[in-house]
Design a protein around this ligand. Structure first.
Ligand code: NAD
Length: 333
């Protein structure tokens, strides 16, 4: 956020979509104080410009004191000029008969172009959160096309998986949600992700000491969290929108406000090979703010052999997709 005017230049792509519709009314929650404002750039494809204009009208009708300006655009220069925070939600959905590699190519083009535009026009301290799926790989492509923006400013969203993990654990054992901490998700935002229940605490005490039978944690729990997205699609006919918007709010709050004391949280960040991931890929790790206020990957976690094996499989899935991007020439250096 600009220090002087306390105005956040925020770009949201896919702004005419379902998630954005649930997100926009809640953006005020991200502001640090009542005087802060948002210079909001709503970006979508050209055909969605009427929908963006309708959104802009609705936002006007909120009579929000925190909206300084709204720009509706399909032009990436207008969308990213001076941008301090980019939330990339817009992408091609996978349609009937489309192979995963077709999806990778379609979205690869979108995220290459957006990476180059961020590089050319965004603020030098921009932070980029990629929500659109496959979010780890899309973030990887975007980062690789934004050569002047440091890789530690690119993030993919695993917060929805983390929130699901908290909710299932609380429900299963009738626990007070607010007293659960340090529950994190490793790996890819896909069914291969791993919920690290072993370091989670309840009222400061390790959960695994409080609950003796760990078989639920190691099996059903993992499946419930991993399959939750598909369950929502089955029930609703489209993917999670309100809960994804809520997770974006949680994720961005962490990205913007570094001074508060948090426990561990899950974030897709650029790996340097920590815990065996392929360096340069975007991987969800347990993260923390260190004493200097820097976001860092939690070090020296002692993982048991099962956790190691599960995490390695998820890391491998991410690495395979990154390698596929190279073989499809989506990344050429
Ligand atoms: P949606 O189909 O309702 O909206 C997507 C929007 O993106 C559409 O308005 C579309 O026109 C726009 N778009 C397409 N190409 C674009 C481009 N090049 N530039 C700008 N906008 C573009 O979808 P949704 O429900 O809002 O979901 C959006 C994405 O978020 C999907 O990829 C979905 O899989 C993903 N998602 C991620 C998580 C997560 O936890 N990471 C959770 C839920 C959904």
């Amino acid at each position: 956020m600009s220090q002087d005017a306390s105005t956040l230049k925020l770009t949201i792509t896919g702004a005419a979509g379902q998630i954005a519709y649930a997100l926009l009314p809640r953006l005020g929650e991200l502001l640090i104080n009542v005087e802060s404002k948002i210079d909001l750039r709503l970006c979508d494809t050209e055909s969605q410009l009427p929908a963006l204009n309708a959104l802009s009208m609705e936002l006007d009708d909120f009579a929000c004191p925190w909206i300084e300006k709204i720009t509706c655009t399909s032009n990436l220069k207008d969308a990213f000029e001076g941008c301090e925070l980019a939330i990339l939600i817009g992408a091609r959905p996978r349609t009937l008969g489309m192979e995963r590699s077709d999806l990778l190519v379609a979205n690869g083009e979108i995220f290459s172009e957006q990476g180059r535009a961020l590089n050319a026009y965004a603020d030098q301290n921009v932070k980029v959160l990629v929500v659109a799926n496959p979010c780890n790989t899309n973030a990887y492509i975007c980062m690789n096309h934004a050569k002047d923006i440091p890789s530690h400013r690119f993030f993919s969203m695993s917060m929805l998986d983390q929130n699901r993990a908290y909710a299932f654990m609380a429900k299963q054992y009738d626990l007070e949600l607010a007293m659960i901490e340090n529950l994190c998700v490793w790996g890819n935002h896909s069914p291969s992700m791993y919920v690290d229940f072993q370091r989670a605490t309840y009222d400061g005490q390790p959960i695994i000491e409080r609950i003796q039978d760990h078989s639920w944690f190691a099996n059903d729990y993992q499946t419930l969290v991993a399959q939750r997205g598909s369950e929502v699609i089955k029930a609703r006919g489209s993917s999670s929108a309100a809960s994804a918007a809520n997770a974006i709010i949680d994720n961005v709050a962490l990205l913007l406000d570094q001074n508060q004391c948090y426990g561990n949280f899950s974030m897709g960040v650029c790996s340097h090979g920590e815990y065996g991931a392929q360096p340069g890929t975007i991987v969800s790790y347990p993260c923390v703010y260190n004493a200097k206020g820097e976001l860092s990957i939690v070090e020296h976690i002692d993982l048991d052999p099962i956790a190691q094996q599960r995490i390695a499989l998820s890391f491998e899935e991410i690495a395979n997709e990154a390698n596929q991007c190279r073989s499809l020439d989506l990344i050429t250096h």
